[in-house]
Design a protein around this ligand. Structure first.
Ligand code: 13P
Ligand code: SF4
Length: 302
């Protein structure tokens, strides 16, 4: 069954001249059939640069939306329309407009984990991979509003020394990890390096040997002479790490570290998406044009 599905996906992909993009948190079988697996920044770059006619985004809605914003002439498909991001839903365009009114002249930096409408209300976007550089690119005399992740915002603040007005949003999956759990893992695996995602809360960040985006974590463990790591991010990523570094040992920082939305994609749904050309992502043109500027500024930073 799985073999037949994989064959269908490969054949249909060729017929459509489609590119299958997958985030690192996607289930192993999806990572295996994807043309490219990466972090949010790498995936946005792929979407902006591809000459494929159709982009199938195995991830969550804000990622597929970003692909459509960057490549409006391409058909962008999200195999499961319900795959959203709880953090992106923690801020609305109206909420951001109200905050901007309280701080006229502030530069708004929005994390890519946000809706197209929120991007359209922002000045520049960032991902966890380039957030520090994006904030450093803003003149020192400008006030910065950062939305919606307070944990990533606090981390950027600690790295840049910049004062920022933070939105009170977070990723419920990463925010749940506590310093106590990490310390327990450190006791169980003394000598293991602790590498975490910047969506984790500050008490976890303080304990980490390295704080990186998902692609950054992969690069860190690949190039490290160390053999054992405690990983503070979503569990799907362990598959990627094990595939890339079979001689190294990885421990999840907590038992349950799962983004349910990322697990909504399956081979069945991917095959159906390719067969029926669904679900097509559309962004109203006025919103898209404004959000495009926000994303484009980010892509120029590095
Ligand atoms: P990355 O950009 O590091 O892959 O993170 C995306 C994300 O949604 C983390 O929860
Ligand atoms: Fe959103 Fe968190 Fe899931 Fe990433 S892990 S997609 S931030 S809910």
């Amino acid at each position: 069954m799985t073999i037949a599905l994989r064959e269908f996906i490969t054949r249909r992909k060729k017929e459509l001249n489609a590119l299958i993009l997958a985030h690192f948190y996607q289930p192993p079988e999806i990572q295996d059939v994807a043309d490219f697996v990466g972090d949010s920044l790498q995936l946005a770059r792929q979407a902006a640069e591809t000459d494929a006619g159709v982009i199938v985004f195995c991830g969550v809605s804000f990622m597929a939306e970003s692909a459509k914003i960057l490549s409006p002439d391409k058909m962008v498909l999200l195999p499961e329309i319900k795959a959203g991001c709880a953090m992106a839903d923690m801020i609305s365009a109206n909420g951001l407009k109200n905050l901007k009114e309280k701080h006229p002249g502030a530069v708004v930096v929005c994390y890519v984990n946000s809706t197209a409408e929120v991007k359209a209300e922002s000045d520049i976007c960032c991902t966890s991979a380039n957030a520090v550089n994006v904030v450093k690119s803003i003149p020192a005399d400008r006030t910065i509003i950062f939305v919606p992740d307070r944990n990533l915002g606090a981390y950027i603040r600690s790295r840049t020394g910049r004062e920022m007005i933070l939105w009170e949003g977070c990723c419920p999956v990463h925010d749940r990890l506590g310093g106590e759990e990490v310390r327990n893992q450190m006791k169980l695996h003394p000598g293991a390096k602790v590498v975490v995602h910047p969506e984790c809360p500050p008490d976890v960040i303080q304990l980490a040997d390295a704080v990186r985006s998902t692609a950054g974590i992969l690069n860190y463990v690949k190039t490290s002479p160390e053999k054992e790591f405690i990983i503070g991010t979503e569990e799907g990523f362990l598959y990627t790490l094990q595939q890339n570094c079979p001689d190294k040992v990885f421990h999840l920082a907590r038992q349950e570290f799962r983004c349910e939305d990322m697990k909504l994609t399956s081979l069945d749904k991917l095959a159906a998406a390719l067969e029926r050309l669904e679900y097509q992502i559309e962004v109203p043109e006025d919103i898209r044009q404004k959000a495009y500027i926000t994303l484009e500024r980010m892509l120029k930073v590095n």
